[in-house]
Every structure is written in C-alpha cells, then in structure tokens.
Design a protein around this ligand. Structure first.
Ligand code: ADP
Ligand code: MG
Length: 158
C-alpha cells in the first residue's frame, strides 16, 4: 500500500507543528499517511487512545503510526485473540486492541507497565474499554462521514 503524498488530509489544526487538531481524510491511504507523519515525529512515551466504531479506521491509523516508526504497516493487523501485539521499529511499538474485553477487565494485561515505559509507543484501539487513562495520553476520535471520508479529532486527554 502506498500513500499518495499529493493527497493530504484537510486540516483545521490549531497548533501547526503538533499533531493536535481536526482532520478530514478522504481515503484509507490518507488516514495511513496521517498516522505515518505522526509516527515519524514520535520520541517514545506517547500513548494514543483510539475511539470510534467498528470500521472507523483505527487499525488503518495504527498501521500508519507503525510505518512512521519504520515497521512494515502490513505487519500490523487486527489481532483476533491477542490483545497486545509488539513490533520492533525505530522505537518499540505496542498495538493493543481491547475490542474483546469487557469494560474494566484489563487488569493483569500489564498495561500499566507499558504506559510507564517512556521508550515505547502505544496505540490502543477501543480505548473506551479502559476505566482509567494515563494523563499524558493523546485521544483520537475517528468518525465515519461517508464510505471514503473520516473525521479525526486529535486532542490531549480530558
Ligand atoms: P477499525 O479498526 O476502526 O475497526 P479498520 O481500520 O480495520 O477499522 O477499517 C477501516 C475500513 O474503512 C477499511 O476497510 C478502510 O478501507 C475503510 N476506509 C474507507 N475510507 C477510509 C478513511 N478515510 N480512513 C480509514 N479507513 C477508511
Ligand atoms: Mg481495528
């Protein structure tokens, strides 16, 4: 999968130079490219909480982050039974999907240990299932607009 760099997401980004703001993507490739651009800026310790319905594009965004860390995006898949997948790139990447978890049932997964590790990048799909979130996390709300369009709002936690 290649991202067309001439086709960039529309943005109402209030803080140029950061990845916080509101974006509209018009294809999976644009969502992948947005994730990749963010992934390239990461230094370790970042935690992304992805919220949005099934098919919103959470996994596509996670693949983009992976790409920006030098990991093959296709290696990042929706885990069927594994809740936590690890990939080695420029930084270690934890891809977590809590879809199959009942709310509040994430004790024992070792998530706190991952959250405390400032050398890794963590992306959590279905972050709604967490009952407490790390203070330094970034929240992504991805919503379906049409078959091809998604609204992505990136903000600090709270
Ligand atoms: P989730 O992980 O949120 O359940 P996926 O990332 O697995 O969702 O799937 C998103 C689906 O939506 C894919 O089939 C993708 O091709 C499609 N899609 C269509 N338009 C977009 C877009 N703008 N951004 C992301 N995915 C899109
Ligand atoms: Mg997914």
């Amino acid at each position: 999968m290649t991202a067309d760099s001439s086709s960039q997401p529309e943005t109402q980004n209030p803080e140029p130079g950061t990845y916080f703001g509101e974006f509209t993507t018009h294809s999976p490739e644009e969502t992948l490219a947005l994730g990749r651009r963010i992934g390239e800026q990461l230094k370790g310790g970042e935690i992304f909480l992805l919220r949005g319905d099934l098919g919103a594009g959470k996994t596509v965004f996670a693949k983009g982050i992976a790409g920006g860390l030098g990991i093959q995006p296709n290696d990042v898949t929706s885990p069927s039974f594994t809740l936590v997948n690890t990939h080695e790139g420029r930084l270690r990447f934890f891809h977590i999907d809590l879809y199959r978890l009942d709310a509040g049932m994430h004790q024992g997964l070792g998530l706190e240990e991952i959250f405390d590790n400032e050398k890794v990048v963590t992306v959590i799909e279905w972050a709604e299932r967490l009952d407490s979130v790390p203070a330094r996390a970034t929240v992504l709300e991805i919503s379906y607009i049409s078959n091809t369009d998604r609204r992505i709002i990136i903000s600090k936690v709270d």
